[in-house]
Design a protein around this ligand. Structure first.
Ligand code: C5P
Ligand code: MG
Length: 313
């Protein structure tokens, strides 16, 4: 349900003040792509995170369609899986089968009318069927660099400021992805932003002694089981136990649980990219995310927020 704005005069006065202040602190929040249900709340979270400063902050971001673009010049951009699927390491027949899986399961993934419980078994089938097809192609590890280089993978505009600023301020960045870890690492390596403060949780390929893909390692991560993934990686969050303020970046309702392993959380600001089926999903996203970015292919708002948070008090 869409929450109503407060209607009493007093409340609407403070909401108006919050709207004004928020855009003064972070001018990027005045962009036309920004939707915020409760500006007063966002103002308060931003203020608290700013007061804590960079030393108390960690950033947790999804990868596909969050750090990467959804579309560029009107053309859809690839996910990690698509980077493999579109490449020459996959046969034409296998490409057709992978496309068939995408056509069948992607509408389920983004369907606002189905619950996460209903979607989860379908996602497990999608990932397992796609991974089996990739394994059947006997992909060589040493082809990955070229596969990524020749792909249309694109990080969002402003990505370099985002990654470099986090590194400069020693703010840990966790990239938590249901994509393919080897591929996403290569994307950020080739972009020159795989800095030491970046940690990745994802699905990693398992290669045999001759460098041929034989399986995927560990517990599968799909769109809707990131909570389990977060809880399994408790060591990471234990190491960061003093970083109690979180900025979470996602593009799916499943990304909202990525911070579930964080210890003694004080403040969390959830920023959601709404890329596809915007009208159908807007209400759901505005209820779930503090800030919703509609068809915004940039990191502008996130970078503006980081600038405000890391500015000296
Ligand atoms: O990094 P992130 O968690 O967003 O990665 C998962 C995305 O990869 C999903 O949103 C899904 O649409 C996409 N996917 C895909 N092909 C698959 C499986 C998932 O493009 N075979
Ligand atoms: Mg995503």
């Amino acid at each position: 349900m869409h929450k109503k704005r407060p209607s009493s005069d007093g409340d609407s006065g403070s909401v108006k003040r919050a709207c004004k202040e928020i855009a003064v602190d972070v001018p990027e929040l005045a962009k036309s792509t920004v939707r915020i249900q409760d500006r007063k709340r966002v103002q308060e979270i931003l203020q608290s995170i700013h007061n804590g400063g960079p030393s108390k902050l960690q950033v947790i971001a999804d990868f596909d369609m969050t750090l990467t673009k959804f579309a560029h010049n009107g053309k859809r951009c690839p996910t990690c899986h698509n980077i493999m699927e579109n490449s020459t390491v996959i046969s034409e027949e296998c490409k057709k089968q992978l496309q068939g899986l995408l056509d069948k399961y992607y509408p389920i993934e983004i369907d606002p009318k189905r619950t996460i419980e209903e979607k989860t078994p379908e996602m497990v089938k999608w990932w397992n069927e796609a991974h089996d097809l990739l394994i059947s192609q006997k992909i060589q590890k040493d082809k990955l660099v070229l596969t990524v280089r020749e792909s249309d993978a694109r990080l969002r505009d402003g990505y370099r400021v985002f990654f470099d600023e986090l590194k400069k301020q020693s703010i840990p960045l966790l990239i938590f992805s249901a994509g393919i870890g080897d591929v996403l690492e290569e994307v950020i390596r080739q972009a020159g932003v795989f800095h030491p403060n970046v940690k990745v949780f994802s699905n990693y390929m398992d290669f045999d002694e001759s460098g041929i893909l034989q399986a995927f390692k560990g517990q599968l991560i799909h769109t809707y089981n990131k909570r389990e993934g977060a809880l399994l990686n408790s060591d990471h969050f234990q190491e960061l136990k003093n970083k109690r303020n979180i900025i979470l970046l996602g593009d799916s309702m499943g990304d909202l649980t990525m911070a579930d392993g964080v210890h003694s959380m004080e403040n969390i600001l959830k920023i959601g990219y709404l890329n596809d089926k915007v009208e159908e999903r807007e209400a759901q996203y505005m209820d779930a995310y503090d800030i919703v970015l509609e068809k915004d292919e940039t990191m502008d708002v996130v970078n503006g927020i980081l600038k405000y948070i890391t500015a000296k008090n």
